[in-house]
Design a binder for this molecule. Structure first.
Ligand code: PHE
Length: 444
């Protein structure tokens, strides 16, 4: 597709809401609370904030610059600026999109199911057994397929009339839901314990490289970085936008929602006395402890729980859309496919890849470790080196289009060159070690 006929956002807040929609999702609630619980709360949150600012923001701006400058999907964008040698690294992004969406959709399926159950039958008392029964197996696969159908449908509608329309309608709703829930939990007896657990930091833990690795992976996952999702959205952006400003807006919104979601989750967990379950079942923490809390709260719990699950569904949907769009836009640009067939064929292939994640939690956890931690961090490293060293000054020029501030951009380039790569190399090393250990454990 030539630049002249490339689709574009219709303007206004369309791009911003879609990008925030991509960033805000299960990562902010499910993954954030499970990672925080696994890594000792406050120390993790602290590192996550530092890494979002020092590493996440620069990489976000790198993706925005590459996407808008080239007006192309990830593989083509790298080839456009770097030549054919970069094609395999672009393909890595598309592969990450495949893997992440495949299991992300399984978890999204759980949330849709919980939301429907809240409306129809309420939350069962035995939340642990219920989660065990629905998390894997044929029903999980069935809900996963339903969810992938919905995602493919939206993406087949295109940028302005599919993705943008859904984001503009749903993101404000998500904001209202999360704020309303946070206000409600302040009224619960015992919420203070939860705030304390969430917000106090044990700085000895900060020095642990395992925590650093998880915090970095989480920053990338939550900001939708390292696999070209933001790049792809930016490729539909006009040259009138101020990219540093957009990067800040998206990152701040994502962090804001993650932070406030924590202000919902932890007080609920502590007020209802279900904190023991958080560390017992990490991956499913959110889907066991919270339904348990909702069930104990009686009628109001069903309303609050239903709204919470609705917020999760909205977040999951707008994020999943951006994951599929990476793959679909690559098929459109690279293979010349029509959008509609690209959406359904790619969506179908990803749905198939998700079946193992739907059948086994171990497979799901492994895909999250490899897709959500390893590939994203690797992608971030590639992006920072590419924009920092290969594009260099050229990136500054593109950043200035639309009003980017020169001094800010200079600082950005410095970060991309000298700060981001070493940090990500360390993280990558630990991530590789853990992925290898996980694979060995799973197959021995
Ligand atoms: N950021 C999304 C979330 O937090 C997940 C995501 C990751 C989306 C990578 C796109 C790319 O749920």
């Amino acid at each position: 597709m030539s630049n002249g006929t490339r689709e574009h956002w219709s303007g206004g807040l369309g791009f911003t809401l879609a990008a925030v929609g991509s960033a805000v999702g299960l990562g902010n609630m499910w993954r954030f609370s499970y990672m925080a619980a696994e890594n000792g709360g406050g120390a993790f949150v602290f590192l996550y904030i530092v890494l979002t600012a020092l590493v996440g923001l620069p990489v976000m701006l790198a993706e925005l610059t590459l996407g808008r400058g080239s007006q192309k999907s990830p593989i083509q964008a790298l080839v456009h600026y770097g030549g054919d040698a970069w094609r395999p690294l672009g393909a890595l992004f598309v592969a990450a999109g495949f893997v992440i969406l495949a299991y992300y959709s399984v978890i999204s399926g759980w949330t849709v199911r919980y939301a429907v159950e809240a409306a129809l039958t309420g939350f069962p008392q035995d939340a642990g057994a219920h989660f065990g029964a629905i998390a894997s197996g044929y029903p999980a696969v069935a809900w996963h397929l339903v969810f992938m159908g919905l995602v493919s449908f939206v993406v087949s509608g295109g940028i302005a009339s599919g993705i943008e329309r859904v984001s503009v309608a749903l993101m404000p709703l998500l904001g209202v839901l999360v704020l309303g829930l946070a206000a409600y939990v302040t009224t619960l007896d015992g919420a203070g314990e939860g705030y304390r657990y969430y917000l106090t930091t044990d700085f000895r833990e900060v020095l642990d490289f395992g925590v650093l690795k998880d915090a970095a992976g989480q920053a990338f996952f939550s900001l939708s970085l390292g696999m070209g999702a933001i790049l792809t959205y930016a490729s539909y952006l006009g040259r009138d936008r101020n990219l540093p400003k957009e990067a800040l807006l998206v990152a701040a919104s994502d962090f804001g929602v993650a932070f406030i979601a924590g202000m919902v989750v932890f007080p609920l967990v502590f007020a209802l006395g279900v904190q023991g379950d958080v560390s017992a079942s990490t991956l499913g923490a959110l889907f066991v402890t919270l339904p348990k809390a909702f069930a104990q709260m009686g009628g109001i719990g069903r309303v609050i729980g239903g709204l919470f699950m609705l917020a999760l569904v909205v977040g999951a949907l707008t994020s999943a859309i951006s994951l599929l769009e990476v793959v679909v836009s690559s098929a459109i640009d690279g293979l010349g496919w029509a959008r509609r067939s690209a959406a359904w064929v790619c969506g179908g292939a990803i749905a198939l890849l998700g079946v193992p994640a739907g059948m086994s939690l171990d497979a799901l956890g492994l895909m999250d470790q490899i897709g959500g931690n390893l590939l994203l961090v690797l992608g971030g490293l590639v992006l920072s080196l590419f924009v920092g060293w290969r594009l260099g000054e050229r990136a500054l020029e593109e950043g200035e289009v639309g009003g980017g501030n020169r001094a800010v951009l200079r600082l950005w380039l410095f970060m991309l060159r000298f700060v981001v790569p070493p940090v990500l190399l360390i993280v990558l090393w630990y991530s590789l070690k853990e992925s290898a250990a996980l694979v060995i454990k799973l197959f021995s």
